[in-house]
Structures are given as structure tokens and as C-alpha cells.
Design a protein around this ligand. Structure first.
Ligand code: FAD
Ligand code: FES
Ligand code: MG
Length: 307
């Protein structure tokens, strides 16, 4: 009888707390993805450390979770930026760009995130390449962190390049310095590090003749495309983490399909990492904009309700 209560579906009146009642199977709080730490990293960038022991135990670099910030929200994918297997927590870092990420930003320490599913996606290909360059732009730096750490652990000489529009938007500098052999920083306006783009810094390294065997690039799509165009003539293996629209995150809806090397791939199960030189970037750009009008209306409606 008690178990039936624990696993009963939520009624309309139930808030996220109905998931926090604990379960006899996994112990108290097992069903509650409680936020243990919330930190603002930049004006629109927030870090949440969430209790999720099963996900933390299974997670590997390059994987992601699908979350819903409340029971009426849409599902959105977020990279597992860190996993603490001992404490049973995962860390996600997100930028508030629309309705659902703004709703996620309303969750406080001690609250539960109602749905957290994962780890999803194929882990990044980590091996000893020799010297690797890892390039992160904007919130993409959060996605890059576990990959840089895993590449370092695998014995690579890791040169990390971080880029942001402005110093105030640069995140995780200290954490990235700790896991890299070298760290270069660029800002578009020169407010910190070297003035310019991450592509300028990477070009400098490639032109210097240093033996870079692979490049990992994660950031806004135009940045990843520019890195891909830059490295192609140098014939350096280049991996990017693609971020098309995802719904289920498990290969069932087809929403995240991309064309890579002329073949249709589902980013959520075949990726998110792909060979940058094989990606059909124009198609990805168009598919990402498919719901632009609906996304704008969703934000407008949310703003009206909040008044
Ligand atoms: P909206 O206004 O709905 O959309 C803004 C833009 O975000 C859209 O134009 C579209 O390009 C993109 N987007 C919208 N819905 C989705 C969706 N369901 N799936 C993917 N993209 C969408 N962002 C982070 O800040 N941190 C992360 O760690 C992170 N990891 C990601 C990992 C993967 C594998 C993918 C595919 C995306 C990741 N993103 C991450 C992007 C994040 O999912 C979107 O910013 C978020 O879904 C936007 O939702 P919204 O309702 O707030 O904004
Ligand atoms: Fe549905 Fe990938 S998100 S198939
Ligand atoms: Mg949305």
C-alpha cells in the first residue's frame, strides 16, 4: 500500500515535491533530484549541482541529460558538465536564452528538478592523441570541461582556448586552467586575454607548426563552423558537439537529425560529437531555426503571465 502511494502518478495539484517523498527501493530522497548548489557564473549563466546518484555513477565525458524544470514545461537537453560519483551529484550549467531555461533558473537550492533523464548520448572519443587543442566558446566552455579533463587523464598535452564576447561572460577559467597544460583566452572586445576570436588563437598554434593531432571545439554553431573551416586545410581531425533541437533524447522522434558525411544521423544517440569536416552546417542552421516564431511567442506569453 505504502509503495503504491510512493509511485502514484502526480495529480494536477501535486507540485514537484511529490517526487521527493522517497522510495523503499532506493531509500529516502531517491526520487528527488534535489538542487544542492546553485551559483550564478555570469549574468545569464547559472550552475546547478543536482542530486542524481545513478546518473553520476554512469556518466562519461560528452554525455547529457534531458530535464524538465516543472511538470508542464518542455524537455531540454543539458550537458553533464561534471559528475561527482562519490557524492552522487551531477552539475549542469545553462544559459537563459528562452522560456524553459528561464524557468530552470527559477529553481532554488533545496528544490527538486522534477525530471532528469540520463546519461544520454555517446561519450566523447577519448584516447591519447598526443597534443590536442580544445576550443570553447561562451557556455560551450561548460560542455568542454569534462572532455578536457578526460583528455588530460588519458595522457594528452592539452592546449585549451577559451573565448567570450566580454570578460564578464567568461566562465570556468580556474577549473579549465587546472585540467589543461596551457590556457589561452580571447575576448571579442579585448576586455580580457587577447583581443580577437578563438579562431585567431587556434590559427596561431597551427601556423607555429606544433604537432596538433586533434581539435575539439564546442560553442555557438557559427564558432564551431569557423573552426571546422579553419582546420580543414591543415587536415587536423576536428570534433564538434552538435546542438540541434532534441525532444526525447533517445532516438525515437527524429527531431535531432543531422547530415554527416551524406548520411542521416540522430545527434542524441549517434552524437552529440561528430567529425566537423563532414557536417552539413547549412541544414543544421535551418533546422535549429524551425520553431523560432513559437519560441518567441512562448517567451512573450511567459512574460505576460509574470506581470
Ligand atoms: P527557446 O527560446 O525555446 O530556444 C532558444 C534556442 O535554443 C532555439 O532557437 C534552439 O536553437 C535551441 N533550442 C530550443 N529548444 C531546444 C531543444 N529542445 N533542444 C535543443 N535546443 C533547443 N545549453 C546550455 O545552456 N547548457 C548546456 O549544457 C547545454 N547542453 C546541450 C546539450 C545538447 C546535446 C544539446 C542538443 C543542446 C544543449 N544546450 C545547452 C542547448 C539548450 O538545450 C537550449 O538552449 C535550450 O533547449 C533552450 O530552451 P529555451 O526554451 O530556454 O529557449
Ligand atoms: Fe528524438 Fe534525437 S531527440 S531522436
Ligand atoms: Mg523552448
Amino acid at each position: 500500500m505504502e509503495d503504491q502511494k510512493v509511485f502514484a502518478p502526480a495529480s494536477d495539484n501535486d507540485g514537484p515535491e511529490h517526487l521527493c517523498r522517497g522510495s523503499k527501493l532506493f531509500g529516502p530522497d531517491a526520487l528527488c533530484n534535489k538542487v544542492l548548489r546553485k551559483e550564478k557564473l555570469a549574468e545569464t549563466v547559472t550552475l546547478l549541482e543536482i542530486q542524481a546518484p545513478l546518473i553520476a555513477a554512469a556518466s562519461r565525458a560528452g554525455q547529457f541529460v534531458v530535464v524538465r524544470p516543472n511538470e508542464r514545461a518542455e524537455r531540454i537537453p543539458l550537458t553533464i558538465s561534471d559528475a561527482d560519483k562519490q557524492n552522487g551529484t551531477i552539475t549542469v550549467i545553462f544559459q537563459e536564452v528562452g522560456r524553459t531555461t528561464k524557468e530552470l533558473g527559477l529553481i532554488d537550492e533545496g528544490d527538486c528538478v522534477p525530471d532528469v533523464a540520463g546519461p544520454l548520448g555517446t561519450p566523447s572519443e577519448i584516447e591519447n592523441f598526443g597534443t590536442v587543442a580544445c576550443v570553447g566558446g561562451g557556455v560551450g566552455i561548460a560542455f568542454l570541461r569534462p572532455i578536457v579533463a578526460a583528455l588530460k587523464d588519458a595522457g594528452n598535452n592539452v592546449i585549451t582556448i577559451l573565448g567570450a564576447r566580454d570578460k564578464s561572460l567568461l566562465i570556468l577559467e580556474d577549473e579549465m586552467r587546472r585540467v589543461s597544460d596551457e590556457l589561452l583566452i580571447t575576448t571579442d572586445n579585448g576586455s580580457y586575454g587577447v583581443k580577437g576570436f578563438v579562431t585567431d588563437a587556434l590559427r596561431g598554434i597551427l601556423d607555429s607548426g606544433r604537432p596538433v593531432s586533434a581539435v575539439f571545439a564546442i560553442g555557438p554553431m557559427p564558432m564551431m563552423r569557423a573552426i571546422s573551416d579553419l582546420t580543414r586545410p591543415y587536415k587536423v581531425k576536428t570534433i564538434v558537439s552538435l546542438d540541434p533541437i532534441m525532444i526525447d533524447g533517445t532516438g525515437m522522434c527524429g527531431g535531432c537529425r543531422v547530415t554527416v558525411g551524406g548520411v542521416t544521423r540522430f545527434t542524441c544517440v549517434d552524437g552529440p560529437d561528430f567529425d566537423a569536416h563532414q557536417v552539413d552546417w547549412d541544414e543544421l542552421k535551418n533546422r535549429k531555426l524551425a520553431y523560432y516564431e513559437e519560441e518567441r511567442l512562448a517567451m512573450e506569453r511567459a512574460a505576460e503571465v509574470a506581470k
